[in-house]
Design a binder for this molecule. Structure first.
Ligand SMILES: C[S@@+](CC[C@H](N)C(=O)[O-])C[C@H]1O[C@@H](n2cnc3c(N)ncnc32)[C@H](O)[C@@H]1O
Length: 261
């Protein structure tokens, strides 16, 4: 009979849990989603305020431009994954007033803040919005359901980025549009100043405004761990999406990647 130690050494490599990154920390893959969930549960009520403070309001311009650049019909059926507090979906409805936008996020708190904002804003037609709790890696929607899939500042928080894009492809109708707005790799000439601001100022701002240093430290680190523009474009192509393009915003602080099913 095999001793316990031999059985363990034979099975060990098979049962060992894969690891991934959570910012600059190595964590077990099955722990990351929960760590990310706790980050956004903690900051949900201060999320919009912090975005304005950290980016000096520039995130609004990036999001405006993102939505303005989408080539969609007025009555498009859209899915905004990792939609959080609704910044993308509300803009989409302003630009495409006959669209319907499903806002999907893994975090109920972020959606709760978003839904309340929609109710409080008379310019948002809430009948054209649905809020659905769901994981971008395993979307609760049928194949070929949407004309457009958007994800803004969300994908780098997911454990398996390739699986998120595969799910996007699955739920898009043939010819449907994939559009991702995400932090990316800044032009090297600006990196030193950008890094100093990111690592030394943003977590402190997080502590002062949201009483949460670590979540904003994670935010900055997660940006550095995300693939650069070309690597992400290759990843998107590898899922079978076609016509992959990207455009840098603010010298590559972030980038818009688009593709078609
Ligand atoms: C930085 S916020 C972005 C919110 C919004 N899209 C925006 O641009 O302001 C990231 C969001 O991703 C969500 N998220 C993280 N992992 C997710 C996953 N696996 N599936 C769906 N949403 C996820 C978080 O709950 C959070 O609301």
């Amino acid at each position: 009979m095999l001793s316990q130690r031999v059985v363990h050494s034979l099975l060990g490599p098979c049962v060992r849990r894969a690891s991934t990154h959570f910012g600059f920390e190595e964590v077990k893959e099955d722990e990351k989603a929960d760590r990310v969930r706790r980050v956004f549960t903690g900051v949900a009520d201060k999320y919009d305020l912090m975005n304005d403070a950290m980016s000096m309001g520039i995130h609004r311009l990036w999001k405006d431009y993102f939505i303005q650049s989408l080539p969609l019909r007025n009555n498009a059926k859209m899915l905004d994954v990792a939609g959080g507090t609704g910044d993308i979906s509300f803009r989409a409805l302003r630009r495409f007033p006959r669209a319907h936008v499903t806002v999907c996020d893994i975090n109920e708190e972020m959606l709760r803040v978003g839904e309340q904002k929609a109710k409080d804003d008379e310019k948002v037609d809430i009948s054209r919005l649905s809020f659905v709790v769901g994981d971008g890696e395993k979307l609760p929607f049928d194949d070929d359901s949407f004309d457009a899939y958007t994800i803004s500042f969300g994908i780098r928080n997911c454990t398996h980025v390739d699986q998120v894009v595969r799910e996007a492809r699955r739920v898009l109708k043939p010819g449907g549009l994939f559009a991702c707005l995400e932090f990316s790799q800044i032009h090297p000439a600006l990196r030193t100043v950008y890094d100093a601001y990111s690592f030394q100022v943003i977590p402190v701002m997080g502590e002062v405004l949201a009483k949460d240093y670590n979540s904003y430290k994670y935010l900055v680190e997660s940006i550095r761990r995300f693939p650069n523009q070309t690597d992400f474009a290759e990843l998107i192509s590898s899922t079978g999406l076609k016509d992959v393009r990207y455009e840098n915003l603010s010298f590559g602080i972030c980038a818009i990647h688009t593709a078609r099913k």
